[in-house]
Ligand binder design. Structure first.
Ligand SMILES: [Zn+2]
Length: 316
């Protein structure tokens, strides 16, 4: 049997809804990684329409994909003399995330908020400027956590799903976390356990149902293989968060991450890019594209590009 036929016939269980009615969808290489011929196969689910990685690497082997080539870990320093622009962009991002949570803040003198997969906790630092918030962040590893600017945030380095928590939360945020998750079912149960009744869950993830996947195909940065395992369809949210316990109250076909940035990363993925080198050399071409494509990306809240935000409330 040819390899292609083999792919078409093989079965994989949907990581989002658990259905075994799935089919091969697209093949990618390891992305934002030194040039390679590694093969990652995403399948499509007939039941919930989500796409998922059928051959993930073991969670314990993931560290080899979080190296110098992985830009988010290097942060603004990857941009050398242009790092100030990137810091400024980052600040705008965290301010817009702060705006997203605004309508869901309860009337309470002390609000508990948890950010899952907080990384460098700059979003929480933005939230903590308002002292009615008690901010907690969790991630597997520490990232510059000793920095003075994070001193009012309670930070935990652990596998949050298997740890004990002293408090419950009014709001849980997960910015680009859920697409990396190895067990959605367990995660939803933990969200259920940690949220107060009536509390809100704010999730931002890539969205394959958009223009960028159509344009960029296997280079679309939403795949981000092998780090991303789950690409959620719009329909899947109501299936994962069942109506007995949850209400999906908002779904936006945009997010706080800029659609232009997502496009540009895919464009660099398709071109030869030394991800571990200095990004300085790409700075001016990035600026040029940003200007040229501005009329197109101006409509990022109207045209679905490739990012989605979903607001889910835990039933009272
Ligand atoms: Zn499914």
């Amino acid at each position: 049997m040819s390899q292609n036929q083999d792919l078409l016939n093989s079965k994989a269980i949907c990581t989002v809804c658990g259905s075994d009615s799935t089919r091969f969808y697209i093949e990618t290489n390891a992305m934002m990684h030194p040039e390679n011929t590694e093969s990652y196969r995403f399948f499509s689910c007939d039941n919930c329409s989500s796409k998922f990685l059928s051959n993930p690497v073991k969670e314990s082997d993931l560290a080899q994909y979080y190296t110098e080539s992985y830009l988010p870990y290097r942060g603004s320093s990857a941009w050398g003399k242009f790092s100030k622009f990137v810091e400024w962009d980052d600040q705008k991002l965290n301010q817009s995330r702060r705006k997203v949570i605004q309508p869901y803040i309860p009337e309470s003198s002390q609000i508990q908020i948890l950010d899952v997969g907080c990384g460098k906790p700059d979003f929480l630092a933005e939230v903590a400027k308002d002292d009615q918030f008690n901010c907690t962040g969790v991630d597997f590893v520490e990232a510059d956590w000793e920095n003075e600017k994070y001193k009012t945030i309670d930070l935990k380095a652990c596998d949050w799903k298997h740890s004990e928590w002293a408090q419950k939360f009014h709001i849980i945020t997960a910015w680009h976390y859920l697409e990396h998750d190895y067990s959605i079912k367990e995660t939803v149960a933990k969200f259920q356990d940690l949220l107060l009744p009536g509390g809100y869950l704010i999730i931002e993830v890539p969205m394959f149902e958009g223009v960028l996947l159509k344009l960029q195909k296997q280079f679309w940065q939403g795949w981000h293989s092998p780090r991303h395992l789950n690409l959620f369809s719009k329909k899947s949210w109501g299936m994962i968060f069942n109506s007995d316990n949850w209400s999906v109250i908002q779904h936006h076909q945009f997010g706080t991450l800029s659609a232009f940035t997502l496009w540009w990363l895919g464009f660099r993925q398709k071109s030869t890019t030394n991800w571990s080198g200095s990004m300085e050399r790409y700075f001016w071409s990035l600026v040029l594209f940003k200007i040229l494509l501005a009329p197109f990306f101006l409509f990022e809240k109207v045209i679905p590009f490739g990012i989605q935000t979903v607001i889910i409330q835990k039933n009272r």
